[in-house]
Design a protein around this ligand. Structure first.
Ligand SMILES: *[C@@H]1O[C@H](CO)[C@@H](O)[C@H](O)[C@H]1NC(C)=O
Ligand SMILES: *[C@@H]1O[C@H](CO)[C@@H](O)[C@H](O)[C@H]1NC(C)=O
Length: 315
């Protein structure tokens, strides 16, 4: 499916599936260089060294104490890493989009993800399907986001939610509802009144469902992505901070992140939100520039400031 000409093209979802979590995988608890090469080339090596992570106590059903959610930490001189519940944690995430998989197969697909060794599932949330007509919301059947998230938890997977409002995801108009186009003056993905009014109404419905599914409330959602590759569009500098506030104001308390390609990560990231990279293939330079982009002061000392985290994946 072609992207709308009004938007720059984005990475295909398959590539994102493969690459979205590379930065996470490579940040924190960074394995040795040799092992990284295996990880990246996909080459199967028997007898991998001592990197056997045991997360059996770090699953949604096992981890009862929810006082500390997903955070980034870094100790001077070492690589930053994630912690969950205060434990060092490595996110191995893969995408399954509930709206693309018949509901009857959700369990099967999630079990397979888990069986592959992943500990996290990520999904977009398609606005156009959830609000097919202005003010008419649908979270039933194959669109029952809550049921999907709860099923993931039951199976032992954490969830990273990517609710847009624009999600790209190879969906027409990046998942924005087509009824937005009825107003020819409305400027999509900006703080244009018409657009943010529609976003606000949608977020009121969506976030009311998401809030109780968050980690701190006992649910599996450990992080939420703000928009999607906005660096490639970037028509309004107030838009991303607006969305960040829109999430916070509705009770989203878990780690927020942005996701951009290497070229656009500067323009797509915002203060206080963890910047991450989408990559087609592993590029050490991309990780380096992500690192440079971060404030030096932010990556020293013990800190839980989100915006520093994936910075020194390779160091
Ligand atoms: C993983 O950790 C749990 C709890 O700490 C322990 O009961 C289990 O035996 C460990 N599994 C392996 C394979 O080490
Ligand atoms: C929950 O975890 C926090 C942070 O690790 C710790 O300080 C607190 O004592 C724990 N609470 C219980 C009841 O174990």
């Amino acid at each position: 499916m072609d992207s709308s000409p009004r938007f720059s093209t984005c990475l295909s979802w398959k590539r994102i599936v493969c690459s979205f979590f590379l930065p996470f995988i490579l940040s924190g608890l960074a394995p040795s260089r040799k092992y990284k090469e295996y990880l990246i080339s996909g080459e199967v090596r028997p007898q991998l060294p001592q990197y056997r992570f045991n997360w059996s106590h770090l699953t949604p059903l096992e981890l009862k104490n929810r006082s500390m959610g997903l955070q980034t930490e870094s100790i001077a001189g070492s690589n930053p890493y994630f912690t969950l519940g205060g434990h060092k944690f490595l996110i191995f995430g893969g995408s399954i989009h509930y709206f693309r998989v018949p509901r009857a197969y959700w369990r099967d697909r999630l079990l397979k993800l888990k069986a592959c060794g992943f500990n996290t599932v990520t999904t977009y949330v398609p606005w156009n399907l959830h609000e097919p007509q202005r003010g008419k919301f649908d979270f039933s059947g194959n669109l029952d986001l809550e049921a999907f998230v709860l099923m993931a938890a039951e199976i032992g997977l954490w969830v990273i939610l990517r609710p847009g409002p624009y999600i790209c995801s190879e969906i027409d108009l990046g998942g924005l509802p087509s009824w937005l186009l009825q107003d020819p003056n409305l400027r999509l993905r900006t703080t244009d009144n018409g657009f943010v009014e529609a976003v606000n109404q949608y977020f009121d419905h969506l976030m009311a469902r998401v809030v109780p599914l968050q980690y701190h409330q006992g649910g599996p959602i450990i992080a939420v992505q703000v928009e999607n590759e906005y660096g490639s569009f970037n028509k309004d500098k107030d838009y991303m901070p607006y969305l960040q506030k829109a999430l916070l104001k509705r009770g989203i308390v878990e780690l927020l992140l942005t996701s951009d390609s290497e070229k656009e990560v500067q323009r797509g990231s915002i203060k206080g939100v963890l910047a991450t990279l989408n990559m087609n293939a592993f590029q050490e330079n991309a990780i380096k520039s992500l690192h440079k982009m971060q404030e030096p002061s932010e990556i020293t000392g013990l800190s839980s400031n989100a915006s520093q985290a994936t910075s020194s994946c390779l160091y």
